[in-house]
Ligand binder design. Sequence first.
Ligand SMILES: Cc1cc2nc3c(=O)[nH]c(=O)nc-3n(C[C@H](O)[C@H](O)[C@H](O)COP(=O)(O)OP(=O)(O)OC[C@H]3O[C@@H](n4cnc5c(N)ncnc54)[C@H](O)[C@@H]3O)c2cc1C
Length: 381
Amino acid sequence: MEFEFSEQQIEFKNLIHAFAKARIAPFAPLWDETEQFPLETVLELGEMGAFGIIFPESYGGLNLDFTTLCIAIEELARFDSSIAITLSAAVGLGATPIYLFGTDEQKQKYLPDMCAGRSLGAFGLTEPDAGSDASALKTSATFDPSSNTWSLNGSKAFITNSGTSITTVTTVAARVKDGFSAFLVPRGTPGLTVGQAYRKMGWHASDTHPLYLDDVKIGPEGVLGEMGHGLSHFLSVLDNGRIAIAALAVGLAQGCLDEATSYAKSRIAFGGPIGRNQAIAFALSDMAANVEAARLLTYKAAWKKDNGQNYTQAAAIAKLMATQYAVDATRTATQIFGGMGFIEGTTVVRHYRDAKILEIGEGSSEIQRIVIARSLGLPVP
Ligand SMILES: Cc1cc2nc3c(=O)[nH]c(=O)nc-3n(C[C@H](O)[C@H](O)[C@H](O)COP(=O)(O)OP(=O)(O)OC[C@H]3O[C@@H](n4cnc5c(N)ncnc54)[C@H](O)[C@@H]3O)c2cc1C
């Protein structure tokens, strides 16, 4: 058993950590307040290779493992969840479906720019009436043999990275005659409308929009993967996303631990630092224990994936536990900050608002429990 990252992984961790500290931490409060997508910083992260970590060099990627991607996401989330989810969604939801299921032409068209972080892809599965129950989706794709095109109609809800100035394509899941299929819908396709950005509780600097598809015409070159197998394609991609969200949760919880420990050492009450009180010290001890437990679960799931093992259960357990610990950590951290823990501009306040979605997106905690129950052989539908 090996509990150490490789030298290469440590090198990448240090690189991203230094970048996040210098180029993200000082500006994250302003991006949060103004709900601004930090394009320049995303492009800089792209120049460092972060968006191509797991992809082959032939597409401009770094050809590193999934563990390294999780390390990058964790280090970013320590300082800012919005940029961490931008990276996580761009790689896991934008580029990965194309890499896994695309034709050579589709990969050549999209992946080089995505790996360089010059272009973002989005993933349109959720709809107003179909979230956890993705099979209820209503967006339809009907084939017109005379023009050899598909016509897509419907709408998508809460789609990350779908409206930035560098978004090039959204993979849209639609109902076809025999099941579901995935379609690549390039930015600017007639009939595709990107709705107004949502005003969210957290992740203010990440980009999230509804999408409307009104007779969007897609030719055969836009069909992604096997016709009729779109849903299984999408759901397999989500297993990876769960590990990435767990890594994001670990980073956010570590950020809370860093901030609250430092505050507990410097904040004076009753003649001494508040951290000398066991109530505060033990809360931080519990937080440290939970962060470490979440980290072990997360990197175990990533290790299983990197080593070709089945990781469905491990990913679900990592996401369930890490996101719960992260939400707990934000509650404890804001409590330790006292009144300042209720004032905007205090970093843990941003972490508090950013954490909740982790228990909902890419499969809610209830859905993770269903996945785990099924892995135990229970007859849960
Ligand atoms: C900021 C943000 C970004 C997102 N980005 C994307 C994206 O890029 N692409 C995309 O496709 N989607 C995206 N989503 C959608 C997200 O994945 C869904 O919101 C999530 O899967 C939950 O679906 P829902 O909102 O429809 O909730 P519902 O499915 O309606 O669930 C409501 C509640 O019921 C519970 N529930 C549902 N079914 C069961 C059950 N069988 N047993 C027990 N409890 C159950 C759920 O856990 C939840 O608590 C994003 C959402 C947000 C808020």
